[in-house]
Design a protein around this ligand. Structure first.
Ligand code: HEC
Ligand code: HEC
Length: 303
């Protein structure tokens, strides 16, 4: 919460509660460390015996322990004077989460800015052959991309493997950079181009798709499915199912699957459609970082 948004009531509420607590703790320490009339002598045994043999002795708190308590009180008051904590009071140091963040960003900019600017002058393929650049790119990848593509960039269901040399949108260095800069939205329609395939027809097309990558398929259904494929799928996946990088339509013949290559996976893809989204990073990371990331990703497929 921003301290300026706090109403006067809540401001006072926090101040009274915080300072009252500290005062209360101080009082409690004083009170418990005072000897009272009628108490047994220091070090003597008290009346209660617990569990048959556990006895209480009236020993005072050790000095150092007591001073530690006082120390925490002094620390708390010092902290609340310097840093925000007491309602709207901003603290003498003027520290905020925002300005700490900004300072860290500026420090990182000053350190890495010139390095990125220098890399940005070289082309992506050249950078991919430069171990230092690849190392820096990998660090960015772990921060910004690994959550979806995995720290080894091998992906998971719905998130493509970036190391296998197979590309939905194209694997040229500058194409990869465009993918990361502007993002990609894949549109695989529900039940074919016209959206009209019946369950039986979907089943036939599934068997044709299985046969395209050499998987076990029912020959009769696959043959019927081929005609349907030409009418309903060819526009995007091509007559032989080799795909089209302009549309992000994957090659269906290489037995590499984004959504799984089992009968039920493929049936689901065709009957429900798929809309994979690669977010765009141009605003968030800026072109120089994306340039370096593209080099890193490109390097992964250059074995
Ligand atoms: C409008 C273009 C378009 C049409 C028409 C189309 N597809 Fe697709 N298809 C795509 C795109 C784009 C993807 C990638 C989806 C994604 O990445 O989320 C895709 C993905 C797939 C996949 C998933 C592959 C994998 O790796 O998991 C299969 C299978 C598939 N299509 C089969 C078909 C079949 C069969 C038809 C015809 C019934 C068809 N598609 C029609 C564009 C199309
Ligand atoms: C929120 C999840 C997410 C994050 C974060 C993300 N990606 Fe992606 N990325 C995807 C998805 C999903 C696709 C597949 C889109 C589709 O179905 O066509 C994709 C596709 C790609 C492709 C295209 C692969 C191909 O076969 O053409 C590249 C390259 C890529 N991502 C690189 C990156 C890089 C570099 C980063 C970090 C800056 C990144 N991605 C961050 C989800 C993500």
């Amino acid at each position: 919460m921003n301290e300026h948004d706090m109403s006067l009531f809540w401001h006072l509420w926090v101040v009274v509660l915080t300072l009252g607590n500290i005062a209360g703790i101080y009082w409690l320490i004083r009170w418990t460390s005072k000897r009272r009339p009628g108490e047994v002598a220091e070090g003597a045994e008290m009346e209660h015996v617990w569990d048959g043999d556990l006895r209480d002795y009236n020993n005072p708190l050790p000095r150092w322990w007591l001073w530690m308590f006082y120390g925490t009180i002094v620390f708390a008051l010092g902290y609340l004077t310097l840093f925000p904590g007491l309602g709207r009071f901003e603290g003498w140091l003027g520290w905020t989460q925002e300005n700490q963040w900004e300072r860290e960003v500026q420090r990182a900019e000053a350190q890495y800015g010139p390095i990125y600017a220098n890399y940005a002058k070289q082309d992506v393929a050249a950078l991919a052959a430069n171990p230092e650049a690849v190392k820096t790119g990998r660090r960015l990848f772990l921060n910004y991309c690994a959550s979806c593509h995995g720290s080894d960039a091998r992906g998971a269901r719905g998130f493509p493997n970036l190391t296998d040399g197979e590309w939905q949108w194209g694997g040229e260095p500058d194409t990869i950079k465009q993918t990361v800069l502007h993002g990609r939205q894949a549109i695989m329609p529900v039940r074919g181009l016209t959206g009209t395939l019946t369950d039986a027809e979907v089943d036939e097309v599934v068997h044709h798709v299985l046969s395209l990558s050499g998987r076990d398929a029912d020959a009769g259904k696959a043959a019927a499915g081929q005609a349907l494929f030409m009418a309903q799928c060819m526009a995007c996946h091509g007559p032989e199912g080799k795909g089209n990088p302009m549309l992000g339509a994957p090659d269906l013949t290489n037995d590499i699957w984004l959504y799984g290559g089992g009968v039920e996976d493929i049936r689901k893809t065709i009957s429900q459609g798929r809309q994979g989204l690669m977010p765009n990073f141009s605003d968030f990371l800026g072109e120089e970082r994306v340039h370096l990331l593209a080099a890193y990703v490109y390097s992964l497929s250059q074995h």
